[in-house]
Ligand binder design. Structure first.
Ligand code: ADE
Length: 405
């Protein structure tokens, strides 16, 4: 395996076996890996803490993790399962999209039919609507960041340069110049400040054009001038409805450019989909309610994500102690959890109940073997935190941020 020295062990934390390199960026590489116990395939994004710190990208990484966590319940967004860290690396355990990049599929096919383009475009818009309604703008939508799963369904990935609403400046706009040249909206090139949703919609227009044509609309030396003017020609096989729709997506003025609500009511977009509800329906494609179904979970994980012990700054600074900490959410009562610990350790160790919700488990010489702390999250849920002294020579598992369901 060529890992450029990034992977010290072929097996991560005794749990995941690294496979082939799937892709790489400036400070991260993505590998295929297998969960040794379940056989499940995952993608692991390995982030070098040193490179992140050197490049001042700490906030970027924290933002990417927090965004992926917020967006983890949409069927067309690559899911973040777990975050692990050692002294030198952060590992994002991600859903594995077996079908690879949509770009490779378009290249292989030459171009897609309008029906196939529509299917992927609908899935993309469903994901995007979900992001925007949660105040997240992707800012780097392109064919390389759209993956396919084993059923040929779309999965949006790489929220590495995404923005959230709290980055909006007092003028109501975003100002960071970022993205991939051929997918950049004219207002970003003009460096005027831009509206997050409108820039993502422009990139979706480029993606739709490329699926239908087999090439990008603005891909020549006069690229920037053409983008500014919004000048593009559709290939002859494009239907009049799609041409009209593309001209609304690739409108060089963000003010008149189509909105997501208008997209999902467009005749080309809706063609053949009798059951797609209108925008007035809350559950576009039946996905919008998925957070509602999982409210119980979401609350719990959101509280964990931002609670004291899981401050992500800890992931990026060198460890000063070698505790192995495991945290998980439970619906059992604290009393029941404590009773279980007492039952399990009785006769072998001394279990000392503390005044607050927790126990200290001591060895024969009074040394602390591990502690259990229970924190109430909601009326029904608690976080159980098990802390044991780690082995300085062994794998330094500092933080197990959360467990997959
Ligand atoms: N390449 C980058 N991320 C990936 C993922 N989650 N699944 C498959 N290939 C990928």
């Amino acid at each position: 395996m060529d890992d450029g020295g990034d992977i010290q062990e072929k097996i991560l934390f005794g749990k995941y076996e690294f496979g082939k390199l799937l892709g790489y960026g400036a400070f991260a590489k993505v590998y295929h890996a297998k969960n040794l116990r379940t056989g499940q395939s995952v993608a692991i994004k390995v982030i070098s803490k040193q490179k992140v710190l050197e490049r001042g990208l700490t906030e970027h990484v924290k933002r990417e993790i927090s965004i992926m966590r917020q967006l983890r319940h949409h069927p067309h967004i690559v899911r973040l399962y777990e975050v692990l860290a050692t002294k030198a690396k952060i590992y994002l355990l991600l859903e594995f999209a077996k079908g690879g990049e949509l770009l490779a599929e378009v290249n292989k096919a030459g171009r897609f039919s309008e029906d196939l383009s529509r299917k992927y475009f609908q899935q993309l818009i469903s994901a995007l609507r979900y992001c925007h309604s949660r105040g997240v703008f992707h800012r780097d939508l392109k064919l390389e960041n759209l993956l396919l799963d084993e059923n040929s369904d779309l999965k949006v990935t790489d929220f590495g340069i995404s923005a959230v609403t709290d980055q909006i400046q007092p003028d109501g706009l975003l100002h960071t110049f970022c993205g991939t040249p051929a997918y950049l909206a004219p207002e970003i090139l003009a460096r005027k400040g831009y509206d997050g949703p409108k820039v993502d919609i422009w990139s979706c227009g480029i993606i739709l054009y490329a699926m239908n044509a087999g090439y990008l609309p603005f891909n020549d030396p006069n690229l920037y001038l053409k983008i500014y003017k919004g000048e593009f020609r559709c290939p002859d096989w494009t239907s009049p409805e799609l041409k009209r729709f593309l001209s609304r997506l690739l409108d060089s003025s963000p003010i008149t450019r189509i909105t997501i609500d208008q997209i999902i009511n467009d005749p080309w977009f809706r063609k053949g989909c009798k059951n797609i509800p209108t925008v007035s329906d809350v559950d576009l494609f039946g996905h919008e309610d998925c957070d509602e179904n999982r409210k119980h979970h979401l609350n719990a994980f959101d509280i964990i994500s931002f609670s004291y012990g899981l401050d992500l700054s800890g992931l990026l600074s060198p460890p000063n102690c070698f505790f192995e900490v495991e945290r998980f959410v439970s619906a059992e009562s604290p009393e029941r959890i404590i009773e279980e610990v007492v039952k399990a350790e009785e006769g072998r160790m001394t279990v000392v109940r503390r005044k607050d919700l927790g126990v200290k488990v001591e060895g024969p010489n009074g040394e602390i073997v591990f502690t259990v702390d229970i924190h109430r999250l909601t009326e029904e849920l608690v976080i159980v935190e098990i802390r044991r002294r780690g082995n300085e020579n062994g794998p330094q598992i500092r933080t197990l941020i959360y467990k997959p369901e």
